[in-house]
Design a protein around this ligand. Sequence first.
Ligand code: HMG
Ligand code: MG
Length: 285
Amino acid sequence: MPRQVEIFEVGPRDGLQNEAREIPLAEKIALVDCLSKAGFRRIEVASFVSPKWVPQMASSDQVLAGITRVRGVRYCALTPNLRGFEAAQKAKADEVAIFASASEGFSKANINASIAESLARFVPVMAAAQAAGIPVRGYVSCVTDCPYDGKTSPAQAAYVADQLYRMGCYEISLGDTIGQATPESIMNMLAAVCDVVPAQKLAGHYHDTAGRAFENIEASLAHGLRVFDAAVGGLGGCPYAPGAKGNVATEAAHDRLISLGYETGLDRRQLDEAAAMARAMRNQG
Ligand code: HMG
Ligand code: MG
């Protein structure tokens, strides 16, 4: 009996946000339109953050306006504050994500706020989203390792995941932001997080800096996780996490999951086309 795993595509956001070259709007739209035909249920395509902090995402409203929406696909956007939420709503994002960190160092570097300040900032975002009927996903970055503070304790990752879940996030995505996690650190972190958030409400968001993302996915599958974030062509990184490489590549994650006896519902040929497009976008940098 095949088991289902969902790959949540983050390439157009997490992937492209870190590219140094200013990517033309038409290329961003073409990548999303190609991905829309691959069978994803959710694609993160936009980020309504300060353009001074992440210039590449400044055209997010135009991306959402320009794509050809496919029925059954939810087009998602990052929203760090109420202003970002209002912009995402205006641009007709189908769902939004708030993003916190399990470590203070990354929280400060990424969103210029302590963890407590960021959680307080998300309360009005959640209220506005709930009033508008827009689902909110929650990210926790640096769940095992932080580029500024070193190792993150599992208890700290669990604390922030719990806070976002209690606030109303329908799913919590656990970020190995700099790709330094090991199956052991993932298992330890998940043992703590699964005590407060059910495994079916968690996603693994593993950057592949040290080439261990597959092992970390397998460790997470053993813990009951069935959603993994990935970026087509292995695009990406985070501008505020020095050394962070791309998310695990979607097409490779798909192949690994199939070899383990899972189904993803994705069209491999369409993934190849999108991966080629993503690699071409990167190589022009
Ligand atoms: P701040 O400087 O503390 O806040 O930034 P501020 O309120 O003083 O605003 C600064 C400027 O930004 C002002 O403009 C605001 O108007 C403007 P100015 O007066 O200087 O001209 N501003 C905005 N503009 C557009 N949209 C907004 C917005 N809010 C304020 N929503 C802030 C705080 C959160 C805005 C800033 O730190 C920021 O934008 N950070 C985003 C950083 C980011 O996008 N990082 C990458 C995404 S996270 C990630 O990749 C990790 C993840 O993949 C998971 C993982 O891998 O772990 C999700
Ligand atoms: Mg990321």
